[in-house]
Design a protein around this ligand. Structure first.
Ligand SMILES: [Zn+2]
Length: 97
Protein backbone atom coordinates (compact mmCIF):
# COMPACT_ATOMS: atom_id res chain seq x y z
CA UNK A 1 0.00 0.00 0.00
CA UNK A 2 2.81 2.42 0.80
CA UNK A 3 4.21 2.13 -2.75
CA UNK A 4 0.76 2.99 -4.11
CA UNK A 5 0.76 6.20 -2.08
CA UNK A 6 4.26 7.01 -3.30
CA UNK A 7 3.08 6.54 -6.89
CA UNK A 8 0.20 8.91 -6.27
CA UNK A 9 2.59 11.47 -4.88
CA UNK A 10 4.92 11.10 -7.86
CA UNK A 11 1.98 11.60 -10.15
CA UNK A 12 0.82 14.65 -8.24
CA UNK A 13 4.31 16.13 -8.26
CA UNK A 14 4.65 15.44 -11.98
CA UNK A 15 1.35 17.15 -12.78
CA UNK A 16 2.21 20.09 -10.56
CA UNK A 17 5.56 20.42 -12.34
CA UNK A 18 3.78 20.39 -15.71
CA UNK A 19 1.37 23.05 -14.45
CA UNK A 20 4.24 25.16 -13.19
CA UNK A 21 5.99 24.89 -16.52
CA UNK A 22 2.82 26.08 -18.28
CA UNK A 23 2.57 29.00 -15.90
CA UNK A 24 6.21 29.91 -16.49
CA UNK A 25 5.50 29.98 -20.22
CA UNK A 26 2.46 32.17 -19.62
CA UNK A 27 4.45 34.47 -17.40
CA UNK A 28 7.27 34.90 -19.89
CA UNK A 29 4.68 35.56 -22.60
CA UNK A 30 3.10 38.21 -20.40
CA UNK A 31 6.47 39.81 -19.72
CA UNK A 32 7.16 39.90 -23.45
CA UNK A 33 3.71 41.35 -24.12
CA UNK A 34 4.32 44.00 -21.50
CA UNK A 35 7.66 44.95 -23.04
CA UNK A 36 6.07 45.07 -26.47
CA UNK A 37 3.07 47.10 -25.40
CA UNK A 38 5.18 49.94 -24.03
CA UNK A 39 4.78 52.74 -26.55
CA UNK A 40 2.81 50.69 -29.06
CA UNK A 41 -0.49 49.61 -27.67
CA UNK A 42 -2.31 48.65 -30.82
CA UNK A 43 0.10 47.37 -33.45
CA UNK A 44 2.78 44.74 -33.20
CA UNK A 45 5.39 46.93 -34.92
CA UNK A 46 5.49 50.46 -36.31
CA UNK A 47 4.08 50.25 -39.82
CA UNK A 48 2.72 46.78 -39.20
CA UNK A 49 -0.89 45.81 -39.67
CA UNK A 50 -0.57 42.99 -37.18
CA UNK A 51 -2.29 43.22 -33.84
CA UNK A 52 -0.12 43.48 -30.78
CA UNK A 53 -0.01 40.17 -28.95
CA UNK A 54 -1.49 40.04 -25.48
CA UNK A 55 -2.49 37.46 -22.92
CA UNK A 56 -5.93 37.17 -24.54
CA UNK A 57 -4.54 37.43 -28.06
CA UNK A 58 -1.27 35.48 -28.00
CA UNK A 59 1.00 35.32 -31.03
CA UNK A 60 0.92 31.55 -31.28
CA UNK A 61 -0.34 30.79 -34.79
CA UNK A 62 1.61 30.06 -37.95
CA UNK A 63 1.65 32.42 -40.92
CA UNK A 64 -0.58 31.12 -43.76
CA UNK A 65 2.03 32.14 -46.35
CA UNK A 66 5.45 31.15 -45.00
CA UNK A 67 4.12 28.70 -42.36
CA UNK A 68 6.53 30.01 -39.72
CA UNK A 69 5.31 29.25 -36.20
CA UNK A 70 4.20 31.94 -33.73
CA UNK A 71 3.83 34.64 -36.36
CA UNK A 72 0.20 35.64 -35.93
CA UNK A 73 -2.35 36.19 -33.20
CA UNK A 74 -5.88 34.76 -33.47
CA UNK A 75 -7.03 38.32 -34.20
CA UNK A 76 -4.56 38.59 -37.10
CA UNK A 77 -5.82 35.30 -38.54
CA UNK A 78 -9.44 36.41 -38.11
CA UNK A 79 -8.58 39.53 -40.10
CA UNK A 80 -6.85 37.44 -42.79
CA UNK A 81 -3.35 38.83 -42.25
CA UNK A 82 -0.02 37.25 -43.03
CA UNK A 83 3.18 37.95 -41.09
CA UNK A 84 5.18 41.18 -41.48
CA UNK A 85 7.91 39.51 -43.54
CA UNK A 86 5.39 38.13 -46.04
CA UNK A 87 3.48 41.43 -46.10
CA UNK A 88 6.75 43.21 -46.88
CA UNK A 89 7.54 40.75 -49.64
CA UNK A 90 4.02 41.13 -51.04
CA UNK A 91 4.44 44.92 -51.04
CA UNK A 92 7.88 44.70 -52.62
CA UNK A 93 9.65 46.14 -49.63
CA UNK A 94 13.04 44.77 -48.69
CA UNK A 95 12.37 44.59 -44.98
CA UNK A 96 12.41 46.89 -42.02
CA UNK A 97 13.83 50.39 -42.18
ZN1 LIG B 1 4.84 34.77 -43.28
Amino acid sequence: MSTHIADDRDETIASLRALLKDKEHELSDLRRDLARSVGRLEFANPGSALRAASSINPRNLPCPTCHEDDRLTPEDVRLGYQCDDCADRAEGRGGYE
